[in-house]
Every structure is written in structure tokens, then in C-alpha cells.
Design a binder for this molecule. Structure first.
Ligand code: ZN
Length: 126
């Protein structure tokens, strides 16, 4: 069974979806950063060594959004370069079903599985 290549219309649809998500995330990060800044400036009396849990969670949210944003930017760049939809590791065509479910996917399922396996067993520092 020959692997179906991505159609231009597939890319157009995925690009639109990525851009919507990008705008959403950018707005989210922007307002979270603003809220965090306001909080930091009014909380001067708090001991600097005390990590405010709510603040830590919000910062974790911002980080996660930023990671997703950079994945989106990378995907949009690959679309511009015409390399979108190909596995970065082995060069195989990533199935459109996978890209629809996860438009930022940069690895095929095999390579993704291998990458996750690696992350699943982190080397412990001595
Ligand atoms: Zn691969």
C-alpha cells in the first residue's frame, strides 16, 4: 500500500488550525505573564525564598504553553520549507491521520515511540 502524500489542501487546513492554536496560546501566555508580573510586584513583602504554589503552577502553565508554541512555530516553518509531514528522524511520511490528531507531530510513530522510551527511563544522576 503506497503511503499517501500530503495534499496542499491538507496542509492549508492544518496550517489554519495551527495558527488558531498559536493565537490562542499567545494570548494565554501574554495574560498569564501579565498576571504573574502584577502578582510579583505586589508581593514584595513575601519572603523571596518562599515559593508560592499558585504562582509556581501558573509558571508551569506558561512554560508548557511556550513549549507548545515553539512546536507550532517549528511546524509552520516546516510547512514553509516544504518538509512538513516528514519524520525529522527517519524521513518517512507521517500519516495524515496522525497529523490531524497532532498537527505539531515531527516524528513518525516508530521514532516517537523510540523517543518516548528514552524519556521514560531517565538516567539518574549519581
Ligand atoms: Zn521516523
Amino acid at each position: 500500500m503506497p503511503m499517501k502524500r500530503l495534499e496542499e489542501t491538507d496542509i492549508t487546513g492544518l496550517r489554519a488550525a495551527l495558527q488558531v492554536r498559536e493565537a490562542q496560546l499567545s494570548a494565554e501566555v501574554e495574560s498569564a505573564v501579565a498576571a504573574e508580573r502584577a502578582r510579583a510586584s505586589e508581593g514584595r513583602e513575601v519572603d523571596a525564598g518562599v515559593v508560592d504554589l499558585e504562582s509556581a503552577l501558573r509558571i508551569a502553565d506558561i512554560r508548557r504553553d511556550e513549549v507548545e508554541l515553539s512546536a507550532i512555530h517549528a511546524a509552520l516553518t516546516r510547512m514553509d520549507r516544504g518538509t512538513y509531514g516528514r519524520c525529522l528522524s527517519c524521513g518517512t511520511h507521517i500519516p495524515i491521520e496522525r497529523l490531524r490528531a497532532e498537527p505539531t507531530a515531527s516524528l513518525c510513530r516508530v521514532c516517537q515511540g523510540r523517543a518516548e522510551e528514552g524519556h521514560g527511563h531517565p538516567q539518574l544522576a549519581p
